[in-house]
Design a protein around this ligand. Structure first.
Ligand SMILES: C[S@@+](CC[C@H](N)C(=O)[O-])C[C@H]1O[C@@H](n2cnc3c(N)ncnc32)[C@H](O)[C@@H]1O
Length: 289
C-alpha cells in the first residue's frame, strides 16, 4: 500500500492481491491472475517497444529501462524476449514445475531465459517493494538490477541513485495507485541527473494522475495522455469489485458505459517527456506505426 490516504481509499475498491506479490517465485501470481485475464503488460508491450525503438535511434545506444512495480520481472520478460502474456501463463503453469521448490525453478528459469533470443538492446532495472519478487527477477536473470524499495515510505537509498541517472525510459503497468507522487518525488532528482528519461505509465481510469503529473511538471516534464484508447488490465474479481470501481469512476466524473460496465478494469496510457521533446514530436506522431 502507498501510505497515501486518498489513493488507499481508491485502492480499497479493488480486490486485494497482496498475498501473491511477494512469493519466492511467480507461480501463484500467474495462477491467480490467469483466472482474471490479467493482460496489461501484454497490452503495454507494443507501446513500450515503440518508445524503446525511438530512443534506440535517437540515442544510438543500449536503452536503459526502469520498470516501477516490476514484480517478478514481467515487463522485462516481455520486452527482452519474443514472449506474450499467454506464453508466460503457460510457462509458469507447466505440469513439470508443479512440484519443484523455488530454488529449482529459479535455476531452470535462468537457463530458459538465457537460451531465448534477446529482442531488443535493453537493460532493465526493476523497482518493487516486494523483496522476494525482486530476488526472483534478479536471480532468474530477467532484471539486470533489482531495487527492493518502497519509496512511499522511505527515501531512495544513496547506492541506488548513481545508476538511475543512466535511465532512458521509465515504465509501469498495474502500479500507479500503489505508487503515488511521493515515489516520483523521490526518484526524479536521481533520474534527471543525466538526460531526463521518458516516463510511460499505464494507469487504471479509477486513479487520478494529476498529482504525479504536477510533480513531473516541476521537473520540466510535459505529460500527454494517449487519447481515444483504453487498455484491458483484467476482469473484475466479483460483482462487488465492479460496483465499487464504477462508484469510484462516477466520483471522478468518468462514464463507464460500454467500458468498465462491460466487466473489465481499463487503463489509459500517459507519457511524460521533457517539454522540448514533446513540442518536437507529439505523442500521436511518436506512436504512429
Ligand atoms: C498489479 S502488480 C503489477 C506488477 C507488474 N508491473 C505487472 O504488471 O505484472 C503491482 C505491483 O506493485 C508493487 N507495489 C505495491 N506497492 C508498492 C510500492 N509502494 N512500491 C513499489 N512497489 C509496490 C507490488 O509489490 C506489485 O508487484
Amino acid at each position: 500500500m502507498s501510505g497515501d490516504t486518498a489513493s488507499d481509499d481508491i485502492n480499497e475498491a479493488k480486490a486485494n492481491m497482496d498475498h501473491i506479490y511477494d512469493q519466492p517465485d511467480p507461480r501463484a501470481y500467474f495462477h491467480e491472475l490467469r483466472k482474471l485475464g490479467y493482460a496489461i503488460p501484454g497490452a503495454a508491450k507494443p507501446i513500450f517497444q515503440k518508445l524503446i525503438s525511438r530512443l534506440r535511434h535517437q540515442r544510438n545506444d543500449t536503452v536503459h529501462v526502469l520498470d516501477l512495480g516490476c514484480s517478478y520481472g514481467v515487463n522485462a520478460a516481455l520486452l527482452k524476449h519474443d514472449l506474450s502474456m499467454p506464453d508466460l501463463y503457460d510457462h509458469w503453469s507447466e505440469e513439470d514445475i508443479a512440484g519443484i521448490v523455488s530454488e529449482e525453478l529459479i535455476a531452470s528459469d535462468r537457463r530458459y531465459f538465457s537460451n531465448l533470443d534477446e529482442q531488443a538492446d535493453i537493460t532493465v532495472t526493476g523497482l518493487d517493494q516486494a523483496d522476494s519478487a525482486i530476488s526472483f527477477a534478479e536471480e532468474s536473470g530477467l532484471l539486470d538490477e533489482g531495487l527492493a524499495i518502497n519509496l512511499e515510505t522511505a527515501p531512495l537509498p544513496g547506492e541506488a541513485t548513481e545508476n538511475l541517472a543512466q535511465v532512458d525510459l521509465v515504465t509501469s503497468t498495474g502500479c500507479v495507485g500503489y505508487l503515488t507522487e511521493k515515489s516520483f518525488e523521490r526518484l526524479l532528482p536521481a533520474l534527471t541527473k543525466g538526460r531526463s528519461p521518458w516516463i510511460g505509465n499505464f494507469v487504471l481510469r479509477m486513479f487520478p494522475f494529476d498529482a504525479i503529473e504536477d510533480t513531473l511538471t516541476e521537473w520540466g516534464y510535459i505529460t500527454e495522455k494517449l487519447e481515444g484508447q483504453t487498455f484491458v488490465q483484467r476482469d473484475f474479481v466479483s460483482d462487488e469489485e465492479q460496483e465499487q470501481v464504477l462508484e469510484q469512476l462516477h466520483k471522478r466524473g468518468i462514464d463507464p458505459a460500454g467500458k468498465e460496465s462491460e466487466g473489465q478494469l481499463l487503463a489509459e496510457f500517459y507519457l511524460s517527456r521533457p517539454a522540448n521533446e514533446v513540442e518536437a514530436t507529439p505523442i500521436e506522431h511518436l506512436l504512429a506505426a
